[in-house]
Design a protein around this ligand. Structure first.
Ligand SMILES: [Fe+2]
Ligand SMILES: [Fe+2]
Length: 283
């Protein structure tokens, strides 16, 4: 059911001269999170235990997310032959666990769970679009384009199921908004920061949330442009039941762009302060 296969990627076109060094740690970390799709699918199937249609969709979704991890991991090993994708992923999996046997969504309702999934797919869709547009390396460009298209389809998938549950559960607008904002706020939690640690820190360096979060976010936020945020805001508005295009969406996008620039600067300052002593200690 996959829309593309990893062997379709033009791996022979890899051009080491066009690899931007700052993108490599991001690709390594993203590979970890993507490859963890199986656990999230198990959680979703547990929450939606009496919905075989959604369970089948979650299985297909996980196959695609795993492939995202494998493609990014393979590219990262070309860019940095010292990187061991599966070894790093084993560290990630051992240290980052989600409750795969939950009998109810951590979002409080199934509609809420699906809105949270829409937020994640909005984030990944815009992130890979931004990364692909910024990259000159042809293989990474192709991978990002393929992944971004999958992530947009995933958004639509979760959105359609969300509409179905919204009809039943009638989740109020403030509660939908709270779930959406809550999930966006979680971007700075451990999932990405710990992935950055497992895939980039040399052995023996302890996990520090603030340092690893800055390592990931300080770099990642540099790839976004305002049009990516405008598109994301349209998707967020759609997921919570507001008009995706219009004055309100434009205003929110402008505010989000300002917030992103401010956070990016904070992370970069932290990165500049901490990078030197940490790696000096590890040597
Ligand atoms: Fe993905
Ligand atoms: Fe996805």
């Amino acid at each position: 059911m996959k829309h593309w296969h990893i062997e379709q990627i033009a791996w022979d076109s890899f051009d080491p001269g066009k690899v931007e060094p700052e993108v490599v740690p991001l690709v390594k970390a993203a590979a970890m999170v993507e490859r963890n799709g199986d656990d999230y699918a198990a959680y979703l199937k547990s929450v939606f235990h009496d919905d075989p249609d959604f369970q089948a969709a979650a299985d297909n979704w996980a196959v695609e997310e795993n492939q995202h991890g494998d493609a990014l991991g393979r590219w990262a090993m070309l860019a940095d032959p010292s990187f061991n994708y599966m070894e790093s992923f084993a560290r990630y999996r051992a240290g980052y666990k989600i409750d795969v046997k939950a009998d109810a969504s951590i979002r409080g309702s199934r509609t809420g769970e699906l809105i949270a999934r829409c937020m994640v797919e909005t984030g990944t869709s815009s992130y890979y679009t931004a990364l692909g547009e910024a990259s000159d390396e042809p293989v990474l460009k192709q991978i990002c384009r393929l992944i971004a298209a999958d992530e947009y389809r995933h958004f639509k998938l979760f959105y359609d199921h969300m509409k179905r549950y919204l009809g039943r559960e009638k989740l109020s607008f403030p509660r939908r908004l709270r779930v959406a904002l809550g999930r966006v706020g979680e971007t700075e939690d451990d999932e990405l920061a710990f992935a950055f640690h497992c895939s980039n820190d040399p052995p023996g360096v302890a996990y520090e949330h603030a340092r690893c979060s800055a390592g990931y976010m300080g770099r990642a936020m540099g790839y976004y442009r305002q049009h990516h945020i405008e598109r994301s805001m349209g998707m967020i508005f759609k997921a919570i039941g507001l008009e995706p295009r219009g004055r309100m969406s434009d205003l929110a996008a402008r505010g989000a762009w300002r917030l992103l620039c401010w956070r990016r600067e904070k992370f970069r300052q932290q990165l500049a302060r901490e990078a030197q002593p940490i790696y000096a200690r590890a040597a």
